[in-house]
Design a protein around this ligand. Sequence first.
Ligand code: 5GP
Length: 189
Amino acid sequence: MELLKQKIIQEGIVLDGGVLKVDSFLNHQVDPELMMEIGRTFARLFRDSGVTRIMTIESSGIAPAVLTALELGVPMVFARKRKSLTLQEDLYTEKVYSFTKREESEVTVSKKFLAPAERVLIIDDFLANGEAALGMARIIRQAGAEVAGIGIVIEKSFQAGRGKLLEQGYRVESLARIASLEGGKAAFV
Ligand code: 5GP
């Protein structure tokens, strides 16, 4: 997506450890028009995939996920992150290691908002090592539902995530694919 690439070039800040900060349009302040275009693009890519629900993880996945859901006319649920949790029977729970926070958290989705017959499109802001997407995929499978595909706003293609998701047979569509962040600059695939 050309508009997204331009935003990354103009506003992205490269931090140590291969982290791209895009808090002016995605991770803190949100650009609604860009999110609308992102939602339209994901909807176009996955229109024929029989999607019944969108799933993301709080908090930065919510904006692109809700606009994709709006375009596809389906509900959106976001997995919640908590540090520790007493087991609750009405929740699906998986452990997910966070790339940016460098800690493991439990992510949960209420059983009320994920039914066995569903086809779920996973949307997330970034793909690095694939932990967040794989955690969501495990939750979807726990429910007896199916992963319809994975839509990523910014993929860091120099990390292992894409390979892991493809290995498991998932369709991955990323709107911007970053080949390198070397020298403090984003280079695209
Ligand atoms: P993964 O689970 O694929 O290793 O990492 C993806 C998750 O970590 C995303 O949900 C995102 O919140 C966060 N993340 C990973 N890399 C970056 C990055 O370079 N910049 C930002 N802002 N978030 C990232």
